[in-house]
Ligand binder design. Structure first.
Ligand code: SF4
Ligand code: SF4
Length: 101
């Protein structure tokens, strides 16, 4: 069963720093990430924007292991602020009032 968190999707829309909507899934970020396939920003951000709280919750170790090195976003053709988006997800997850379910 797929559960959708309208809270997650709505909160991300309000976050000024979160700009993953312009991602066109080219895969450059994944190819350049020193953590490789453990991060998959394009998959993670799409899941977050769709409000797939279970999937985002399952990726918490990856979200918090991102080095914020910006290797990915320096070469993103769409100007997605990947490290900032990761930071935004971390903030949402750690806020006490945030519900991923
Ligand atoms: S490099 Fe940018 S446009 Fe390409 S998949 Fe990653 S975030 Fe999306
Ligand atoms: S900022 Fe995070 S996702 Fe981007 S290359 Fe560095 S470790 Fe990978």
């Amino acid at each position: 069963m797929i559960r959708v968190s309208s809270d997650l999707a709505a909160r991300l829309k309000k976050e000024e720093g979160f700009n993953a909507g312009s991602c066109f899934h080219c895969g450059t970020c994944t190819a350049l990430c020193p953590l490789g396939y453990k991060i998959l920003p394009r998959k993670l951000f799409r899941e977050a924007m769709l409000g797939l709280g279970d999937e985002v919750r399952a990726s918490i170790p990856q979200i918090f292991s991102c080095l914020l090195c910006r290797m990915c976003e320096a070469n993103c053709p769409q100007g997605v602020r990947i490290a900032e988006n990761m930071r935004t997800l971390r903030c949402l997850i750690t806020r006490e009032d945030f519900d991923l379910t």
